[in-house]
Design a protein around this ligand. Structure first.
Ligand code: ATP
Length: 137
């Protein structure tokens, strides 16, 4: 598919990097299909990351993702899921390549500035989680 889903996470919102991150995404050639600033309740954050509920960091992750506003977006570009994961870099910013968004803006493996869907199937599920059908035409 040519779409992926992203979120600018609370750490990047708090540190004032949201504009720079969106600018980078647009300059890399992604079309913004849908965009909103919103907040996740603990319940909603828990649902979004339900695949991780057995992981030791789940509680911390849910608390962090509900700690402040996020920006959610659906992005369009050829090979969107894979190209966007390359653009954001490794989960742990210490291991992220030079020039990636996480290398530039992320503080730690937990507070890592951005989310990017890991498959076409999840991109659809995650986009549906935040946007109505009319908002993601
Ligand atoms: P995302 O799904 O947010 O794009 P990812 O696919 O790079 O990230 P996952 O392994 O799916 O990474 O982990 C999901 C999220 O859980 C990470 O982005 C990070 O915020 C958090 N996380 C992952 N590993 C750890 C850890 N060891 N300690 C704390 N938080 C973690």
């Amino acid at each position: 598919s040519n779409r992926t889903f992203t979120m600018i996470k609370p750490d990047a919102m708090k540190s004032g990097h949201a504009g720079a991150i969106l600018d980078r995404i647009i300059k890399e050639g992604y079309r913004i299909v849908a965009l909103k600033m919103t907040r996740l309740s603990e319940t909603k954050a828990g649902e979004f990351y339900a695949v991780h509920k057995e992981r030791p960091f789940y509680g911390e992750l849910v608390e962090f993702m509900s700690s402040g506003p996020v920006i959610a977006a659906i992005l369009e570009k050829e090979n969107a899921v894979n190209s966007f994961r390359t653009l954001i870099g490794a989960t742990d910013p210490a291991k992220a390549d030079e020039g990636t968004i996480r290398k530039q803006f992320a503080a730690s493996v937990g507070e890592n500035a951005v989310h990017g869907s890991d498959s076409d199937e999840n991109a659809l599920i995650e986009g549906d989680f935040f946007f109505s059908s009319l908002e993601r035409i």
